[in-house]
Design a protein around this ligand. Structure first.
Ligand code: GAP
Length: 454
């Protein structure tokens, strides 16, 4: 391998400004405002081609790590709309609410504590409406579940809800999993899917939205072993984030006090991340005791227990440790972690330093010149061959080579492969590394290894 001409990089102080990330996400096809041509819909975002590729990569890695690579985990994909009694049993109909105030003058509603207009997102307390300066009415509780009706009749008997957490679909399938697979404790049930919350104040890009993805595990354990498993899952959370490129030292644990925990939890740790607007929850770990299984058993009249001694048939209601990951917050944290600015050959450049495992595009293939049919044909041949083993590969022949590099840098493509005249002579190509800008000549036969699939 010969060293080729290399671009020289100089790190610049990085500004992880929110606007830069939101703008890059839109410009390059990661995340768009929902219903944008109608002026948008607050709290809803759409994923574009690169965003969905990034999301799938994260979800697939999560599923692989926590379901496929283990023997104690069972996956489910439950319906989003469940029997309304399930949400009464879980306490969500009665208690899944946020405190809210309404401005007496402009009638706008705010979640407490009210963020001031100038410090939106800073969670500052305020007694006046940040929009019009009017005074507030009494504090009221606002239930965040989206209500709907099942069937043609729209009355109280047909009311149901879009799930506010994927966990609900796991608990109602506990008996199915036990009956089908007879698992021994400890074991877990995992689910990836959408959750819906009619947030009073959605904000901060995909941080607080009304429709979002969750990746959740309910891990069932013997009651006297919960502390041990809580510690184990705490470590698993860090390891997973590390594996997708969110460094351990950028995540901060916050022990949630008694009064601030969800109604079902006896212990909760929030894992917080330094988002551009402040340090906020990225994911959570909760000890839900036997609250949910007992509540569902009582309301449904169906026993929810597991045999712990085959000889005697002794059964218990297991306790639960719940690691709960938000898909969109993980994507946001990943974009923040990956966003890098430096100087390359004296020019400022922006790139996303994605771990290749999550990068939406693993490699891009270019012919050096678009108007040389022999180069284009050779590059096409290489591209088509690689695409069989590396589906997340891109063809680019637009603009000059420098522009192509910048485009790929901005979407975080780890390597760019260029086919030039030497390729036609000796079956080598140049492979340029995103982070260093360095290029080396590589045999075509070694490309899969270079991209990391062999
Ligand atoms: N089953 C437990 C549960 O749902 P949570 O702390 O309410 O706990 C878990 O939510 C995770 O879901 C959060 O850590 C966050 O990543 C994500 N999440 C919650 N509400 C969200 C919202 N409105 N927008 C985006 N993500 C959200």
């Amino acid at each position: 391998m010969n060293k080729m001409d290399n671009e020289s990089t100089r790190p610049r102080p990085v500004s992880n400004g929110m606007e830069k990330i939101v703008s890059l996400a839109k410009r390059r096809g990661f995340i768009y405002p929902g219903s944008e041509i109608y002026g948008g819909l607050s709290g809803f975002w759409d994923y574009g081609p690169l965003g969905i590729a990034l999301k799938r990569n994260i979800e697939n890695l999560w599923w692989r790590t926590f379901v496929e690579d283990r023997d104690d985990m069972y996956g489910v994909d439950a319906a989003i709309i469940m029997h309304r009694e399930a949400w009464k049993a879980s306490g969500h109909v009665g208690g899944f609410s946020d405190p809210m105030v309404e401005c007496k003058k402009c009638k706008r509603r705010f979640r407490l504590p009210v963020a001031s207009a100038t410090q939106a997102g800073a969670d500052q307390g305020g007694e006046k409406c940040p929009e019009c300066g009017g005074s507030f009415g009494d504090v009221r509780q606002f239930n965040m579940m989206f209500k709907t009706h099942v069937g043609a009749t729209e009355d109280e008997s047909s009311v149901s809800y879009l799930r506010p957490e994927t966990a609900g679909g796991i608990f109602v399938n506990f008996k199915n999993i036990v009956d089908s697979f007879h698992p021994k404790l400890p074991f877990g049930i995992a689910q990836i899917g959408k959750a819906f919350r009619n947030e009073i104040a959605p904000r901060d890009f995909v941080f607080r939205t009304r429709e979002f993805g969750q990746m959740e595990i309910e891990y069932f354990v013997r009651p006297d072993e919960w502390e041990r498993w809580f510690v184990t899952w705490r470590e698993e959370v860090f390891m997973f984030f590390d594996s997708i490129g969110i460094a351990r030292d950028s995540i901060h644990e916050s022990e949630i006090g008694h009064g601030d925990r969800a109604h079902y939890s006896k212990r909760t740790i929030d894992f917080e991340f330094d988002f551009p607007f402040g340090r906020k929850e990225l994911c959570g770990l909760a000890y839900r005791t036997d609250f949910d299984l007992r509540a569902h058993a009582k309301t449904s009249g169906v026993e929810l227990s597991v045999v712990i001694d085959d000889a005697t048939g002794e059964k218990i209601v297991p306790h639960v440790i719940e690691p709960s990951f938000g898909v969109d917050r993980a994507i946001f944290a990943l974009l923040v972690s990956a966003y890098t600015e430096d100087e390359l050959n004296g020019e400022v450049r922006t790139y996303l330093k994605f771990n290749p495992a999550v990068a939406p595009i693993k490699a891009a293939v270019f012919p050096l010149l678009k108007n040389k049919p022999e180069l284009v044909a050779k590059a096409r041949e290489i591209y088509t061959g690689l695409k069989k083993t590396v589906p997340q590969i891109l063809w680019d022949d637009n603009g000059n080579i420098g522009k192509r590099y910048r485009r790929q840098d901005e979407i975080g493509t780890p390597v760019c492969i260029t086919v030039d005249f030497q390729t036609l002579e000796d079956d080598t190509v140049t492979v340029r590394d995103r982070d260093t800008g360095k290029q080396e000549r590589v045999q075509i036969s070694g490309l899969e290894r270079q991209i990391g699939v062999k």
